[in-house]
Design a binder for this molecule. Structure first.
Ligand code: TXA
Ligand code: MG
Length: 304
């Protein structure tokens, strides 16, 4: 049985116990809710793949509480260190080569030499990590191909009957509402593999370098660098039409940050009503790029 728990020290310590026992905990981050497991425990990580019905070749992000913890597990380059100093904690995930003695589960790395690291900007997530004292492997807490959860109730709907997930920590609606931006350094260049909470412009302004778009392959292949970036993703179960006008608005004020925060819960509401979804055009800059990315992929998969 899965229970939604309110946030207090007792429930956070209860969640730590669950992680130590090798079971799963749904916890809030500033982007979307995560489905967490002890990142050093193969069996616990296997439970994530099983619960999500996630293909085993799709690697999972490792959440840590500090830069120090990143350094213990991955190999930092000067550019990746600069990114961490500027944007972490925050909605950014950085892919690094993994240290040989990291102790991280091979399963979560899906056969790659690299691991994706993220320091979430959410007090509950950080408290959980600090009390657990180990890295937490966590993808978004949704079944593969479905909407990422921005509320505890979304998680509950998908996983309420899963015995491996006894606890959902309920921190209300997530602040950013879209997943983290995933970046990778290659030959002193930074590539974006997934647009998200930190915009390309913000990265460019802060690092004073041009950011390169990552691989946009739509099919799985051996050299696909970010296996989760399938075209078919984030699917609501009702048809979705983009660039509509005169329809409910993600942000009446035209504020892109507000639109991002509303996107997944908006899609989920319309999915429940069983109505067709129409979304007004979104400017393709800043966080708008991440919103458009999710909308395009949701609409290309909605004909399933
Ligand atoms: O905001 C977020 O990032 C949320 C919260 C819970 O932290 N997590 C999340 O995880 O969105 P997930 O598993 O749904 O998406 C992670 C993405 C996937 O596209 C995966 O393929 C990619 O990151 N990824 C993970 N490890 C990777 C690696 N070593 N190399 C390339 N891509 C990787
Ligand atoms: Mg996901």
């Amino acid at each position: 049985m899965t229970t939604i728990k309110k946030i207090n020290d007792k429930n956070i310590l209860g969640a730590v116990k669950v992680l130590k026992a090798g079971d799963l905990v749904c916890f809030p981050t500033e982007t979307v809710y995560g489905l967490g497991a002890d990142a050093t425990n193969n069996l616990a990580v296997a439970k994530i793949f099983n619960a999500k019905n996630r293909p085993s070749f799709n690697p999972i992000i490792v959440h840590v509480s500090s830069k120090k913890m990143v350094e213990r597990l991955g190999i930092l380059t000067s550019l990746s260190e600069k990114i961490i100093d500027a944007f972490c904690p925050g909605p950014l995930t950085i892919i690094l080569e993994r240290k040989k003695d990291s102790g991280l589960s091979d399963l979560l790395n899906a056969g790659l030499k690299t691991t994706a690291f993220r320091i979430p900007d959410n007090t509950v997530a950080i408290k959980l990590l600090k009390n657990f004292k180990k890295p937490i492997a966590a993808p978004s807490a949704n079944k593969s191909g479905y909407l990422s959860p921005t509320k505890a109730e979304h998680v509950y709907e998908q996983f309420k009957n899963n015995e491996d997930i006894p606890i959902i920590l309920d921190d209300g609606r997530t602040k950013v509402g879209l997943e983290s931006t995933v970046v990778y350094e290659e030959n002193n260049n930074i590539k974006i593999l997934r647009h998200g909470g930190i915009s390309k412009e913000l990265l460019e302004d802060s690092l004073k370098i041009k950011i390169i778009e990552g691989n946009k392959n739509t099919k799985f292949s051996k050299d696909l660098i970010s296996p989760g970036m399938l075209n078919k993703h984030y699917a609501p179960k009702v048809p979705l039409r983009i660039n509509a006008i005169h329809k409910p608005n993600l942000s009446k004020k035209g504020n892109l940050v507000e639109a991002a925060a509303n996107l997944f819960s908006f899609l989920s509401i319309y999915e429940k009503k069983g109505k067709k979804i129409a979304i007004a055009p979104i400017p393709n800059n800043g966080i708008g790029r991440a919103i458009n990315d999710r909308i395009v992929r949701a609409s290309s998969s909605s004909s399933r």
